[in-house]
Ligand binder design. Structure first.
Ligand code: KIV
Ligand code: ZN
Length: 510
């Protein structure tokens, strides 16, 4: 049972401010897919978009508002009747009305005086309320506004019927101390619940949101992966995990779905988070140094402040020049090898030599070192490619059909895609999905030699829905064949890891 006194509400703006990330543009279908996932994740509010922006945007917001989701669906509107009418036509549950209150914005953008801004803000809040729809009012650039004027604006919109008041740090210039003081003042002046909307220009969006929460804000605006204008908004994953773990407050978020949601948003927006990004970055639960790996093998809390599983992830070990015997041994076991202490030492020596030469080792490299020293094959191959054929052309849809042996049984599948490689990978997944949900995380093609008969090398990274990751590589004169073989190799590696890790779960979580 959630303790409502401790509950912090999550207002997700991935589909609005997040979509304002430079270079991001989502189709209505993609927006709906993300909204469905955010609803599953448990966000209290989904800011579905800014309906006045375009016909497609309004259609997407309407489709989301009418999709029967549990989350409250919100549309953004400037303090302008046409924006508000367009948002209301989308059947949203809440209109988020904003107007700038800083002298900088009023003078250089709005060309309006203070009295005019107050009047407009109050009138537009009333307009929405007369239609029976709740309003969250944001003072844009609140944090660079004259604090007395800001409070006056908030008091007037409160009288006009605003249901919530949002303090927007539009250009991310606050620090936790100044934010705490400002929100304390706002809290004393208005009775409505307060929201935080923080941008990350100085990397303080999460810290400032939490400072606002400590001063009494009860709702935080966030975006998945910290997407948003310029350096982005406060990241949902950081805010939620901090609220719950560092402040012992609660949210309605099912944290185990955070990573899956982050992956969906990365895939559909084309923006991959930096590897060292907190919670969802590739390295957030990766360990390399021998000392750390030894620690986490004995007791994960030595070097992990959070259990990776709580956000839907798995810890992993990187072989490299900082590695130690415990880590290499654990990694070899995960790859399906049995090695004596002497063999582990020998493998570790090779790993360190390569690390000293600046090579970033993948599990694939460790696999080939182990293979050469132990003379064993690691994985038992569950999938084998029997045949593949592809059809492509300017006027026809690229199609691939594959014949694969899986656990000794022959399966055939065909799929279409944006090109022959995409269709081939999808056709393989259609078959492998019957036993495991494995997706491509990374795909690279490199030409090994010049000319039209060049050998193409395909390097892929795949991940399953439990967070198991594997890399695989294959080369061929035909890049469709190279891609197909690399994908099948990657799937076999994940299946080996899954098989081995189940009884070893105790080692990972003693
Ligand atoms: O950053 C901002 O000020 C905004 C407003 C629309 C709330 O995104
Ligand atoms: Zn914003």
């Amino acid at each position: 049972m959630v303790d409502t006194n401790k509950l912090i509400k999550i207002f997700d703006t991935t589909l609005r401010d997040g979509e304002q990330t430079p270079g991001v543009s989502l189709t209505p279908e993609d927006k709906l897919k993300i909204a469905i996932q955010l609803d599953k994740l448990g966000v209290d509010t989904i800011e579905a978009g800014f309906p006045i922006t375009s016909r497609g945007e309004a259609d997407a917001v309407k489709a989301i508002a009418e999709a029967g989701l549990k989350s409250e669906i919100c549309g953004l509107a400037r303090a302008e009747p046409k924006d508000i009418e367009t948002a209301l036509k989308c059947n949203v549950d809440l209109v988020h009305v904003f107007i700038a209150t800083s002298d900088i914005h009023m003078e250089h953008k709005l060309k309006m005086g203070r009295d005019e801004v107050i009047k407009k803000a109050a009138e537009m809040v009333k307009l929405v309320k007369e239609r029976g729809v709740p309003v969250e009012f944001s003072a844009e650039d609140a944090c660079r506004s004259d604090p007395d004027f800001l409070i006056k604006v908030f008091q007037e919109v409160s009288k006009a019927g605003a249901d919530r008041i949002d303090v927007a740090d539009t250009v991310g210039i606050m620090n936790p101390t100044t934010m705490f003081d400002l929100v304390t003042k706002v809290k004393q002046a208005v009775k409505e619940p307060i929201s935080m909307h923080c941008h990350n220009d100085f990397g303080l969006a999460t810290a400032n949101s939490l400072a606002g929460m400590l001063a009494g804000a009860e709702r935080i605006h966030v975006a998945i992966n910290g997407l948003g204008e310029r350096a982005g908004n406060a990241a949902l994953e950081e805010v939620v995990m901090s609220v719950q773990n560092l402040y012992q407050k609660e949210t309605n978020i099912n944290t185990r779905l955070i990573y899956e949601t982050s992956n969906l948003v990365s895939r559909l927006t084309g923006i991959n988070p930096q590897p060292n990004k907190a919670i969802i970055g590739d390295n957030a639960f990766g360990h390399e140094s021998g000392i750390h790996v030894h620690g986490i093998i004995n007791m994960p809390i030595t070097y992990e402040p959070l259990e990776p599983e709580t956000v839907g992830r798995k810890r992993w070990i990187q072989a490299g020049k900082h590695a130690g015997t415990h880590g290499v041994k654990a990694q070899l076991e995960e790859l399906g090898y049995e090695a004596s202490n002497q063999q582990v030492k020998e493998i570790l020596g090779r790993v360190k030599d390569l690390g000293d030469k600046g090579k970033r080792l993948t599990d694939m490299d460790l696999d080939s070192i182990a293979r050469s020293i132990l003379g064993q094959e690691s994985e038992e191959r569950v999938l084998e490619l029997i045949d593949i054929s592809v059809m492509t052309g300017i006027k026809s849809t690229p199609t691939a059909s594959v014949k694969i042996s899986m656990n000794g049984e022959t399966h055939v599948a065909a799929e279409t895609g944006v090109g022959p490689v995409d269709s081939a990978i999808k056709a393989i997944q259609k078959i492998s999905d019957k036993i495991a949900h494995i997706r491509l995380k990374d795909f690279r093609i490199e030409a090994i030699s010049g000319g039209t008969d060049a050998l193409g090398e395909v390097i892929i990274k795949v991940e399953d829905n439990e967070g198991n990751i594997a890399t695989a590589r294959s080369s061929d004169g035909d890049i469709v064949i190279a891609s197909t073989e690399a994908m099948i190799d990657g799937i076999n590696k994940i299946l080996t890891k899954k098989k081995i890790s189940s009884p070893k779960e105790q080692l990972a979580n003693p």
